[in-house]
Design a protein around this ligand. Structure first.
Ligand SMILES: C[S@@+](CC[C@H](N)C(=O)[O-])C[C@H]1O[C@@H](n2cnc3c(N)ncnc32)[C@H](O)[C@@H]1O
Length: 215
């Protein structure tokens, strides 16, 4: 669906997550989206009939506001809550406006959890990456699905920050009670300017999908 998200044009492995979700949840699933932003993934999940728990700490992403565009004009950006209302999907989405690392979320109740390029944000660097990953894992019921796409290191400084990781390193967090289903990575690619990054910039992304096999 057309969400008109600020992040609409970024590369994503979300289709691989959706395909795996079909095999791990029948019918209406409960899916937690961590770092939900303005809803690029929340809206299609809700439109597909799923119940979504959307965790996001940025008030601008949730409630919208004025944005400066690269051509020096401004525009009003809608936030997640307005987008949900506009599509009449607000009944299906529980928005949690909190830092995921502090949020009190129900354990082992979700059929799936998904995040897209969230844990590399500098606000998360004060705790080990393991904290973020373990908290995500804890949300997933036995038989459920974990999905994360994430930034891999590109610049020199990234190699000093463990939150820019690789499928191999991330896989080390998935031990006895997890079965890693799929890992993928891109080559380096150039992304067009978007909010917060006014110029072309280079990324490299990884994906890890895993199923929970035990408690
Ligand atoms: C790169 S954006 C998401 C872009 C993505 N392509 C999309 O769906 O819209 C990552 C989001 O994660 C959020 N985020 C990062 N760390 C977080 C945390 N600890 N708690 C809640 N949200 C977080 C950021 O505020 C940001 O909105």
């Amino acid at each position: 669906m057309q969400t008109q998200s600020l992040w609409e044009h970024t590369l994503t492995f979300f289709p691989q997550f959706l395909a795996a979700l079909k095999g791990h949840a029948s019918g209406r699933a409960t899916v937690a989206v961590i770092g939900a932003s303005d809803g690029k993934f929340v809206l299609p999940l809700a439109a597909a009939g799923h119940h979504v728990i959307a965790v996001e700490k940025d008030p601008f992403a949730l409630h919208g506001g004025e944005v400066s565009l690269p051509d020096d004009t401004t525009a009003h950006a809608l936030g997640l809550t307005d987008r949900l209302k506009r599509e009449s999907l607000d009944d299906q989405v529980q928005v949690i406006e909190q830092d995921f690392l502090q949020a009190d979320l129900p354990e082992a109740r979700c059929d799936a959890v998904w995040t897209s390029c969230s844990w590399h944000y500098s606000a998360n660097h004060h705790t080990p990456l393991a904290d973020f990953v373990t908290r995500m894992q804890a949300l997933v019921r036995v038989g459920g699905l974990f999905g994360a796409e994430f930034m891999m290191p590109v610049e020199r400084r990234h190699h000093l920050i463990e939150h820019y990781t690789s499928p191999e390193k991330l896989g080390l967090h998935f031990t006895a009670d997890w079965n890693v289903l799929l890992t993928l990575r891109t080559n380096q690619f150039t992304e067009r300017p978007h909010i917060g990054r006014p110029h072309d910039h280079t990324h490299r992304m990884g994906l890890l999908l895993a199923a929970r096999t035990g408690t």
